[in-house]
Write a protein that binds this ligand. Structure first.
Ligand SMILES: Cc1cc2ncn([C@H]3O[C@H](COP(=O)(O)O)[C@@H](O)[C@H]3O)c2cc1C
Ligand SMILES: O=C(O)c1cccnc1
Length: 346
């Protein structure tokens, strides 16, 4: 993947921002955001078109160990809720005009593909590998072939989506466990620092979850490289997201990363192709314990810190207006010269 850190163009964008009618840097991190989007799209007049919110869903074998506060059926029930328009991400996608595509990557219930839904309506793609992953405490959650197929599915889905911005979301009871395992293994961090309350476990519940996750790590000692860690410890929705991230980055789309689980997918993708991080905007710092460390692994500065701990892509959708504003400011703000405003004197 080509490096987009074109120093000459970056300096040009920075100069444009510095010459706009404001004290230098006064728009704070919105300036860095505008710079990032300009770099990704390769223009000083960026327009975000036909933004796609991709919510990948799957079930997890690990859920049988009580690692979540909620039962496994909630994954399928929430997929229905996404499509019916009642989930947080449905509301936010509607509000901001984001096309919502939900993918059944391996949910324990069967759904009918609704890819021919009317334009703008939420739709469901079925790219199912199995009715959930195997129990990672007993060996790899996926085979290498299943994992490769999930990656290919993610790539193919993005190839078929229009637009130049991809917002990432997910649903899968137990998937904070998969994300914690990937963080611990890929960053070589102590499991306790990577494990949080997910859907709301109490302290004893988190302790039990951590013990289960330690068993999963112990059962997969060989899985250290990014793809083998993904197959052994990840989930079908995480692997599909990894493929989507790799494809979107190769196509120079702006990738808006949500929270802890989509962050784990980006962490894996970045260990395969480090340049993907140059295409990413990190929407928020999640309340999930471990997200801070995950962001630090990617040197990511998230836009928001709202105590969100939902997933679904809700944080990405909430951050979306900031991206739109950053583009509009870069495109439309006048320079000192054009507006006839006097420059700084001291
Ligand atoms: C009603 C409901 C809606 C959700 N929407 C996203 N998640 C979030 O919670 C799950 C991860 O947490 P854990 O690892 O503890 O299961 C994922 O599905 C994530 O998207 C939800 C969870 C619930 C219960
Ligand atoms: O940060 C997230 O994405 C998150 C945190 C808790 C539960 N589900 C998702």
């Amino acid at each position: 993947m080509a490096d987009i850190g074109n120093a000459v163009f970056t300096a040009h964008l920075q100069q444009l921002l510095d010459n706009k009618t404001k004290p230098s840097g006064a728009l704070g991190r919105i300036e860095a955001l505008a710079l990032r989007i300009g770099q990704v799209l390769g223009t000083s007049a960026p327009v975000l078109v036909r933004p796609q919110l991709l919510v990948c869903a799957a079930d997890h074998g690990l859920a049988a160990h009580g690692v979540s506060a909620f039962p496994r059926e909630v994954t399928a029930q929430m997929v229905e809720n996404f499509l019916a328009g009642g989930a947080a991400v449905s509301v936010l996608a509607r509000q901001h005009g984001l096309q919502l595509t939900v993918v059944d990557c391996g949910v324990a219930r069967d759904f009918a593909d609704s890819s021919s839904a009317p334009p703008g309506a939420p739709r469901l793609l079925v790219r199912k590998l199995a009715a959930g992953t195997r129990d990672a405490c007993a060996g790899p959650a996926m085979t290498a072939a299943e994992c490769a197929q999930a990656l290919a599915n993610g790539r193919d889905i993005v190839c078929e989506l229009p637009g130049n911005a991809l917002l990432l979301g997910e649903m899968g009871i137990g998937n904070t466990s998969a994300a914690s395992l990937l963080l611990a293994r890929l960053a070589d961090l102590p499991l306790a620092e990577c494990t949080g309350a997910g859907t709301g476990l109490d302290a004893a519940g988190v302790e039990r979850k951590r013990a289960v996750l330690q068993r999963a790590l112990d059962a997969n000692p060989q899985a250290a490289a990014p793809l083998s860690a993904l197959a052994a410890l990840g989930g079908y929705e995480v692997a599909t997201l990894v493929g989507a991230v790799l494809q979107a980055a190769a196509e120079r789309r702006v990738i808006v990363v949500d929270g802890f689980i989509t962050g784990a997918a980006v962490l894996v993708a970045s260990r395969i192709a480090p340049a993907v991080l140059q295409r990413c905007v990190f929407a928020h710092r999640s309340g999930e314990h471990g997200h801070r460390l995950m962001l630090a692994q990617m040197q990511a500065e998230p836009l928001l810190d709202l105590g969100l701990r939902l997933g679904e892509g809700s944080g990405a959708a909430l951050a979306w207006p900031l991206l739109q504003s950053a583009c509009a400011l870069l495109r439309e703000m006048a320079s000192f010269a054009a507006a006839g405003v006097a420059q700084r004197t001291r």
